[in-house]
Ligand binder design. Structure first.
Ligand SMILES: [Fe+2]
Ligand SMILES: [Fe+2]
Length: 273
């Protein structure tokens, strides 16, 4: 089993820094807005899957996965609350949040476990590709603000639990085409919401002359470079191949260093193997 420690983190988000980030970070902030809806849906799905699991190793991984995801959406919810409250023009973002929550409640109530697990694996495969790319192209050196740290901690843990949804799907159902097609549908469904949130944040941002810090500008430039975009597309397409298995992925060198760093910074760590 991979090491999937549940880290209880403490972040102090700076409202001023957040206001300065609105211009350059609408994409990551749009992603953050989805997580208090997406991750509880993943947790509901995995809890249901546990009722059908007969492999103790798969079960242990799933429990650690649930623990990590539960911390992620709680931390992102704090950042999202700050975002919603930092500017009057953001109050209506709640309408997109409600729509997304209704979708996921409907999926839990009406879709099969097989569908929901294939959706989960589509999401996890995409976020693991995104995480590996961000670490490789954005770099992880230098001082990080707590907002940047939140994303880096989350991406690190997405890499740590990269095999979990894949393994439980294989354990309960196996097969390739259903997982692939529902996974791609899941990615379309999910990233459409990321895009809608990001567009809302960008279009409704306050008129301000506050400027980004040099470090923030540098990271945003790297994130948006054509080289990083092509590499991300390549990593994502590789997850669609029949022989894709997240256990065989080559990880960026800095993953181990970040895992150790966040374990040291955690208030508490539960269940590290
Ligand atoms: Fe997560
Ligand atoms: Fe995840």
């Amino acid at each position: 089993m991979n090491d999937i420690p549940i880290r209880i983190m403490q972040f102090e988000f700076d409202a001023n820094e957040l206001r300065k980030s609105l211009r350059g970070m609408a994409g990551p902030l749009g992603l953050s807005m989805t997580l208090p809806y997406l991750e509880p849906y993943l947790i509901r799905t995995m809890r249901e899957a546990l009722n059908h699991t007969s492999d103790p190793l798969v079960e242990a991984e799933v429990r650690q996965f649930i623990g990590q995801e539960a911390q992620h959406f709680r931390q992102h919810r704090q950042l999202n609350d700050l975002l919603r409250n930092c500017h009057d023009g953001y109050a209506d973002i709640k309408q997109i949040e409600d729509e997304m929550e209704a979708d996921y409640q409907r999926f839990t109530a009406t879709k099969s476990l097989k569908f929901n697990l294939a959706y989960a694996e589509g999401f996890e495969a995409a976020t693991c590709a995104l995480a590996r790319n961000s670490m490789k192209y954005m770099g992880t050196d230098g001082e990080m603000s707590d907002i940047t740290k939140l994303f880096m901690w989350h991406l690190t843990e997405e890499i740590e639990h990269r095999t979990v949804t894949f393994n439980i799907y294989k354990h309960l159902y196996g097969g390739y085409f259903y997982r692939l097609f529902v996974g791609i549908y899941g990615q379309y469904h999910f990233f459409r919401y990321v895009y809608r949130f990001a567009r809302f944040i960008a279009q409704n941002q306050p008129r301000t002359d506050e400027t980004q810090s040099a470090g923030m500008r540098k990271r945003n430039r790297k994130r948006r470079s054509p080289k990083a975009a092509f590499a991300l597309l390549g990593s994502l397409l590789a997850t669609y191949l029949p022989w894709y298995d997240p256990a065989n992925l080559k990880l960026p060198d800095n993953v181990v260093r970040l895992s150790e760093k966040f374990s040291l910074e955690a208030l508490e760590t539960r269940g590290a193997s």
